[in-house]
Design a protein around this ligand. Structure first.
Ligand code: ADP
Ligand code: MG
Length: 652
């Protein structure tokens, strides 16, 4: 160690030879100097100091033994050299020369003799002191020699110790280097250990998390296990049951197999029968096609027998708002058992509800009279055969005639928000057509359907299926086709429903006294049906016209004026012309005035010869509408009396 090199060593060599004291500070590492030679002095007595001063005191030189180096008998020095002690070579006390005990009295100047003796005495004293001092000096010289010798020995020891020290220093340096290496190694090991520890800790925490999740899973699995064990137990018992069942089923199976063998024989027999039946079916199918043709013929015959123009009367129910003024319908009677007669009490037209004319009744008979409780479905049942005729290739025309508010639009289209129960004749007719075309596919018939929807307002045709405002001019051609009219090929009932919605938005409505939303135009929904049969090579083309006529009320009751008056006049003109055309047809006149109004001109092919016509006369149940109802019923009766000829199937 570096500190060891700084060990304080006694600077013996540097000591003044005369120095009386030598101080040695041994360290624990120095060997103990146990024996040092002790100088032997013979101290001269003070009395013979002078005589013996010259004599040399014989000092026995101590023989230095190898090993210890210090002769026996040097106790004082040995003791002083003991470890931890400060070694002191003590100075022998200097013997002072004897001094005159009493100072001589001062002699008078004249006492020369006395003074001489005093001086002699003093002389003697001084000599003795001198001797004494000489003696002391020789002693000290001896001691110095002794100490120098000791110093030499100590130098040897110190050199030895220095050598040992340097060796030790080397060893220490070596050890320190090793320690540093070891410390470095320890630090790197520590670092590695720390890394490993951190790694292990992170792994440990991950494993802890995994452990927890696995514990959770284990818990769930245990629960599942318990559940599964229960299930297994249940299934085991079920299996036992099933095994018994299985064995019984096996028995049944064996029986069944036997039966099967037997049945196979039967099946073979039946297969032969099937082959026979198939040929019969083919025969029957061809018969069916023939029968379908016969059915069409017969159906038409029935229609003809019913008359080619038919009139149905429909009285709508009182609306909830109308029940406040009139709780029930008292002036209309639906007594006919056959549902074909309507009786109306005679009421003073000017004061309806006030005065019934005694005993008087108007009686009307039509092909069908529907009372207020008749449902849309019931009404359609009666017209569905005419729809069928359109599919068979006839032109069919169904009108709704009556005053505003009598239920024409309700009958033809249904209420604004209609459903299965309340939907009108147009959607029902379309539904039936779609159903029939599907059914007829089996007989080889394929149909295409084109729809158009127009209105005649003030003798002008307006397309109800255009998007936005209809700016095109529409004329009726000789074949009753309308120019610039939208024709939509329809493929589903939904599509038709959308067309009706669009048309009702486009349709002109205007408020009058009779009905806030009175229809002031005739609307014509036309469905052109073109069919072809690949099996029979037949083709047919029919048209179904469903017409919602404008209100038939007379001028006086609507209280119209100006533009409204013009509308009313046009409506009345076209309606009366419709009556005239029907009358002319009934009278088999040579000239039928189709061209007198747009409506009749448009329907020329659907009225008369090659068509089947049906008119609904819609009647309001309100007594206040007595006059209008009477007019409508009279008009319908006239129509009903017409025989407008036999319809011709249009076969291409
Ligand atoms: P029009 O078209 O002849 O002017 P609407 O068809 O608009 O008359 O009928 C007038 C009102 O009477 C409407 O509110 C309609 O819903 C209602 N209505 C008509 N017929 C019936 C009926 N058979 N059942 C229930 N309500 C009807
Ligand atoms: Mg209407």
């Amino acid at each position: 160690m570096s500190s060891s090199s700084n060990v304080a060593r006694p600077a013996l060599g540097a000591r003044d030879a005369n120095a009386p004291v030598a101080t040695v500070r041994p360290t624990s590492k120095l060997p103990v100097m146990s024996k040092l030679p002790k100088p032997q002095f013979k101290r001269p007595l003070a009395e013979d100091a002078r005589g013996s001063a010259a004599k040399k005191t014989k000092i026995e030189a101590p023989s230095v033994k190898s090993g210890t180096g210090i002769p026996k008998g040097t106790v004082g020095v040995r003791k002083a050299m003991a470890p931890g002690n400060t070694t002191t070579v003590r100075k022998q006390p200097v013997r002072k020369p004897p001094e005159a005990s009493t100072a001589p009295k001062k002699r008078p100047a004249w006492d020369l003799k006395g003074r001489l003796s005093d001086m002699e005495k003093m002389m003697e004293m001084r000599i003795s002191t001198n001797n004494h001092l000489e003696h002391n000096l020789s002693e000290n010289n001896q001691r110095v020699q002794m100490v120098e010798m000791l110093n030499e020995r100590l130098k040897g020891t110190v050199a030895q110790k220095d050598h040992m020290l340097s060796e030790n220093c080397q060893t220490i340096n070596e050890l320190q280097r090793k320690i540093r290496d070891l410390e470095d190694e320890a630090a790197s090991v520590k670092r590695r250990h720390q890394c490993v520890t951190e790694d292990l800790e992170s792994r440990n925490s991950t494993l802890e998390i995994k452990k927890k999740s696995l514990e959770g899973e284990l818990e769930v699995s245990n629960q599942e296990c318990i559940g599964l064990k229960c299930k297994i137990a249940q299934m085991t018992s079920a299996r036992v049951g099933m095994e018994t069942e299985l064995s019984s089923i096996r028995g049944i199976l064996e029986q069944a197999q036997q039966t099967c063998k037997h049945q196979e024989g039967v099946i073979n027999g039946l297969n032969n029968t099937i082959v026979k039946h198939n040929s019969t079916i083919q025969e029957l199918e061809s018969n069916l096609q023939e029968a379908e043709a016969v059915r069409r013929k017969l159906h038409n015959t029935v229609q003809e027998l019913k008359g080619n123009i038919r009139v149905f009367c429909r009285v709508r129910p009182l609306l909830p708002s109308e029940k406040d003024t009139c709780a029930e319908i008292s002036h209309l009677h639906f007594n006919g058992i056959d549902g074909k007669t309507l009786e109306m009490d005679k009421v003073d037209e000017n004061c309806p509800g006030q005065r019934k004319l005694s005993g008087g009744k108007y009686s009307f008979t039509f092909d069908q009279v529907f009372n207020p409780s008749s449902s849309q479905m019931r009404v359609f049942e009666e017209i569905s055969q005419m729809v069928q005729s359109a599919l068979d290739g006839y032109n069919v025309c169904i009108f709704a005639y009556g005053q505003t508010g009598s239920g024409k639009t309700y009958t033809m289209e249904g209420p604004v928000e209609s459903n299965e129960e309340t939907m009108g004749m147009i959607p029902r007719a379309v539904a039936q057509i779609f159903k029939c075309t599907q059914d007829l596919k089996a007989n080889g018939w394929k149909y295409t359907m084109e729809a158009s929807f127009l209105e005649i307002y003030n003798e002008t045709i307006r397309d109800l299926l255009v998007n936005g405002e209809d700016k095109l001019k529409h004329d009726i051609k000789a074949d009753a086709q309308v120019t610039n009219l939208t024709l939509v090929e329809v493929k589903s009932e939904k599509q038709v429903a959308k067309l009706l919605e669009k048309a009702s938005c486009n349709r002109s409505v205007a408020a009058t006294n009779c009905n806030e939303h009175s229809s002031r135009s005739h609307s014509v929904f036309r469905l052109k049906l073109t069919g072809s049969n690949d099996l029979t090579s037949e083709e047919c083309e029919g048209t179904l016209n469903l017409v919602d006529l404008a209100g038939s009320e007379r001028l006086t009751s609507s209280g119209s004026s100006g533009e409204r008056l013009r509308e009313t006049k046009n409506i009345n003109k076209s309606l009366s012309n419709l009556g005239n055309v029907i009358m002319s047809l009934g009278n088999k006149e040579s000239h039928i005035p189709y061209r007198n109004s747009k409506l009749t001109y448009l329907l020329q092919n659907s009225l008369g010869g090659n068509s089947k016509t049906l008119m609904f006369v819609n009647i309001s149940p309100k007594e206040e509408n007595f006059g209008e109802s009477l007019c409508s019923l009279r008009f319908a009766t006239k129509v009903n009396q017409c025989n407008i000829g036999t319809a011709q199937k249009k076969v291409k």
